[in-house]
Design a protein around this ligand. Sequence first.
Ligand SMILES: *Cc1c(COP(=O)(O)O)cnc(C)c1O
Length: 386
Amino acid sequence: MNARPAPEFPEWPQFDDAERDGLIRALEQGQWWRMGGAEVSAFEEEFGAYHGAPHTLAVTNGTQALELALQCLGVGPGTEVVVPGFTFISSSQAAQRIGAVAVPVDIDPSTYNIDSEAVAAAITDRTRAIMPVHMAGLIADMDALAKISVETGVPVLQDAAHAQGACWQGKRVGELGTVAAFSFQNGKLMTAGEGGALLFPDEETYETAFLRHSCGRPRTDRHYLHAISGTNMRMNEFSAAVLRAQLRRLDEHRAVRDERWKTLSALLGEIPSVVPQGMDPRVDRNSHYMAMFRIPGISEKDRNRLVDTLFAAGLPAFAAFRAVYRTEAFWEIGAPDLSVEEVAERCPAVEAISADGLWLHHRVLLASEDAICDTAAIIAAAVAAA
Ligand SMILES: *Cc1c(COP(=O)(O)O)cnc(C)c1O
């Protein structure tokens, strides 16, 4: 490799006096849980309004947001949830944790989003939810999924952990007519270290979720009347105060990432054998959670070596997700009655991308245009040498 200096990327997470003031405000309220403070409910209102959702519930993290949403949609023992084989494992684990079977299906080799024909083929009379993941902020084909949902009566749950601020044909995530789950874990596009939220199109599901996320206890209960089974997934006031500040920075960040991805994807596309994540013209706002690309045909071993080379050259580079069904965790509980190879056979694109895919952290997309050009040059040199 050449000895060019590593490009400079901003740190992540970012904060300023807005987060600092929020933390002090939460502290000085004297009430640090949502039942006594004002920060969580204010955050829910602001986050919901930002995404066009009628009802919003803040929770402890994205994984539990998915578990709670699935449970409210009727998922439990004896039921199945269709998930993409290529995702962070929380998508499938959430279904498995509440006793259901996670059924992994293939993705589109260009957008890396769930393949709607594969979804349709995987639906059985036990299926209670379809869970698209908006991969790296690119919204999945919500039109095709809505059609399947209407035809089969199976609801869609958006895993929108990557998609804060994204839009599908002018509609925000909260306007797409389904429950959506977000994560605010440290690396996500807005963060309080940990945290999650759910958007609901209807009041009834929201009310059920509220009860379940607070041990089944009505808001004003003083007599320990637990109306429904649940657990404690309540977000605390400090997290919400930080997230209110983070939300205000989201649009500005997203606009920068959008500009930088235009440059970076064009430069990556010029490198022989590199294919950046494709676009879908119906996604009119992409939140750009990761800068993803493939090197079709590279071996998994060489891809891993390339990730190490890029990392050594100063790029926050990572291998693409391992297929969920290629982990030991997946087979411990709630796996389909199939072998690994049988699942793999149904998921050729997942197999390919989990071996030949790479991604860069979104803080790369907050850097200068010069840093983007240097990044592409480093990748070009490393790929040529690989
Ligand atoms: C981060 C993430 C989650 C889980 O969120 P946590 O807040 O870390 O529990 C779920 N799904 C996807 C696709 C994610 O990237």
